[in-house]
Design a protein around this ligand. Structure first.
Ligand code: HEM
Length: 467
C-alpha cells in the first residue's frame, strides 16, 4: 500500500512544461515578438493552462517556478508558506532603500527583516484604529462629490476616472500616513501632479526592475531611476509633516493618539529609528494608491453597467445600514472579476506534494488567483457581475481560496481594512448623489504594471440624483 502510494508520486521534473532555450529558459515566450506579452501575464497563463494543464513549470530568471491555476493548489501553497512567508524579493528596491534610506520597509524583504517591519504596521489591521479615521474619510468623499460636479464634461461625463480617483486615494491615505490631509482635490497643484507621477513611476520601476535582467547593478537604468524619483518625490512631500508629527508626539502625545493613532503607534515604537519611521510612512502612503483607485473605478464601471446592483446598493445606503453588506459584496465582486494582483506567490517552506508532483521546499509557487476567480469550476456565471454571490446565504459554496485579492495569511495586505473603509465611504457618497451610467462597452481588460490596472480609460456619466 505504502509502496504504491510512494511510486504514484511524480518527481518535480515531470511537471508539464514547454521546451526551454539555453540561458534564458522560458523568457523567450515574453520577448518582443514572442508568443506572449508580459503586461498580459494572466492571458498568457490562461493559454498555457490550455496547453499544459492546471499546474506546470516555467524556467524564468534562472530558476524553475511552479504555476498553478487551481484553488486547491493555492490552499496547499498557503498551508505550506511557513511562519515567515517569503515572496520573490525586489532586489533593486532593496538595494536602493538600503543605500538611500538605510532602511528597507515591508515590501522588498523576506525573513526576519520582513517580520520586523511587518510588526510596525499591524495596528492598521485593528478595527477601532481604522474606524477612528471614518469622519475624515467622509469629509474627503464629500469633497470628491463636489470635485465630480466641477470636473464633469457637458454631458456629465468624468473622463478617465482612474486618474481622478488617484487624487482621492492620495488625499484619503494622507490623513493616516504621513498624518496630514493633502488637499489634492481642491486645486491641481504641482505637488499633486508630482505625487501622481511618483506613484505611477514607483509601480512601473518596481515591475521593470523585477521582470528584467539586473542591469541596474551595472548602471542606473531608467527603471531604477524611476524608483529613485518616486522615493525622492514622496520623501520631499511627507518629510515636513513627519517632523510636525514628531514634535506633536513629544509635546502632546494624547492629542496625537486621538487624532492620528497610526502615526502615534510608529512614533511611540521604541524599536523603530527615524529612518524606519520615514520608510514605513512612505510605504503606507504609496502602497495602495493604484489598487484603491483601480478598484473604485472598476466598481463604478460595473455599477454603471448593472442597474439592479446599483439600485440595491443605493437602497442600502439610503437605509443607512452601518454594515453596508451589499456594497462590500460589490467590492468583492469587482475584485473577483478584476483583481489588481494577478497572482499570489510564495517560496514553499516545506517539501510538498501538489497534484501528485513532488515540489521541494524553497520552490517558488505562483497561484494565479486572477484565473481561479473567473473559473466556471468555482463560480456560476463566472464572467457576470453578481454581488449577491458574496451574501451570507450564497457564500458558503464559494471555494475559500478561489478569489484572494488581498492575499492570505501573515503576509496578506495590511492596508485591507483601511482600503475597504476608504472605498465604501467613497461609493456611499457617490451613490447618494448620482445616478451613474456608461455609454461604453462593459468589456474591459487589465494590464500589469506591478499591480494590474484597467487597460483603457473608464469614462462614467454622473447624473444628478433627485431623491
Ligand atoms: C484595493 C486595495 C488594495 C488591494 C487589492 C491590495 C492588495 C494587496 C495584495 C494582494 C498584497 C500581497 C499580499 C500577499 O502576498 O499575501 C498586498 C500587500 C501589501 N499591501 Fe495592499 N492592497 C490594497 C490596498 C493597500 C493599501 C491602502 C495599503 C496601505 C495602507 C496597502 C499596503 C500593502 C503593503 C505594505 C503590502 C505588503 C505586505 C507584506 O509584504 O507583508 N495595500 N496588497
Amino acid at each position: 500500500m505504502t509502496t504504491k502510494c510512494i511510486s504514484s508520486i511524480k518527481s518535480f521534473k515531470e511537471l508539464p512544461t514547454l521546451p526551454t532555450w539555453p540561458i534564458i529558459g522560458h523568457a523567450y515566450l515574453f520577448l518582443p515578438g514572442g508568443k506572449y506579452k508580459s503586461e498580459r501575464l494572466s492571458e498568457a497563463v490562461e493559454d498555457l493552462k490550455e496547453i499544459l494543464g492546471p499546474i506546470f513549470r516555467l524556467r524564468l530568471g534562472g530558476t524553475d517556478m511552479v504555476i498553478t491555476t487551481d484553488a486547491d493548489h493555492t490552499e496547499i501553497l498557503f498551508r505550506n508558506e511557513g511562519k515567515l512567508p517569503s515572496r520573490p524579493p525586489f532586489p533593486a528596491l532593496l538595494h536602493y532603500r538600503k543605500e538611500a534610506f538605510n532602511s528597507i520597509g515591508i515590501v522588498p524583504g523576506n525573513g526576519k527583516e520582513w517580520y520586523r517591519f511587518r510588526s510596525y504596521v499591524l495596528p492598521l489591521l485593528k478595527k477601532n484604529l481604522v474606524q477612528s479615521y471614518q469622519a475624515k474619510h467622509d469629509a474627503i468623499a464629500s469633497t470628491f462629490v463636489d470635485y465630480i460636479k466641477k470636473h464633469r464634461t457637458e454631458n456629465r461625463t468624468m473622463e478617465d476616472l482612474y486618474k481622478h480617483l488617484l487624487k482621492f486615494s492620495i488625499e484619503a491615505i494622507s490623513i493616516t500616513s504621513p498624518g496630514k490631509r493633502f488637499h489634492c482635490l481642491l486645486e491641481n497643484t504641482v505637488e499633486t501632479e508630482q505625487i501622481i507621477k511618483a506613484s505611477i513611476g514607483f509601480m512601473d520601476g518596481l515591475y521593470k526592475t523585477f521582470i528584467g535582467p539586473p542591469i541596474w547593478k551595472l548602471y542606473k537604468t531608467n527603471a531604477y531611476k524611476q524608483l529613485e524619483f518616486s522615493h525622492e518625490t514622496i520623501y520631499g512631500v511627507i518629510k515636513d509633516t513627519l517632523e510636525d508629527m514628531k514634535h506633536q508626539q513629544q509635546k502632546d502625545p494624547e492629542t496625537l493618539l486621538k487624532q492620528n493613532p497610526f502615526m502615534y503607534s510608529l512614533l511611540n515604537n521604541k524599536a523603530m529609528n527615524w529612518n524606519d519611521i520615514i520608510m514605513v510612512a512612505l510605504e503606507i502612503f504609496l502602497g495602495g494608491l493604484d489598487a484603491t483607485s483601480a478598484t473604485l473605478a472598476l466598481t463604478l464601471h460595473y455599477l454603471a453597467h448593472n442597474k439592479k446592483a446599483q439600485s440595491r446598493a443605493r437602497e442600502e445606503v439610503l437605509q443607512s445600514q452601518q454594515e453596508y453588506k451589499y456594497l462590500k459584496a460589490c467590492l468583492k465582486e469587482t475584485l473577483r472579476l478584476k483583481p489588481t494582483a494577478g497572482a499570489n506567490s510564495r517560496f514553499l517552506a516545506n517539501d510538498t506534494v501538489i497534484e501528485g508532483f513532488e515540489v521541494p521546499s524553497g520552490t517558488l509557487v505562483t497561484a494565479f488567483s486572477s484565473i481561479t476567480s473567473t473559473d466556471a469550476k468555482y463560480f456560476d456565471n463566472p464572467k457576470s457581475y453578481v454581488p449577491e454571490r458574496w451574501l451570507r446565504d450564497h457564500r458558503r459554496n464559494i471555494h475559500p481560496f478561489a478569489s484572494l485579492p488581498f492575499g492570505y495569511g501573515p503576509r496578506m495586505c495590511p492596508g485591507r481594512r483601511l482600503a475597504e473603509q476608504e472605498m465604501i465611504t467613497l461609493l456611499k457618497n457617490v451613490l447618494l448623489n448620482f445616478e451613474i451610467t456608461s455609454l461604453e462597452s462593459p468589456e474591459i481588460g487589465m494590464i500589469y504594471r506591478m499591480n494590474r490596472i484597467p487597460d483603457r480609460p473608464i469614462n462614467i456619466q454622473f447624473l444628478d440624483l433627485k431623491l
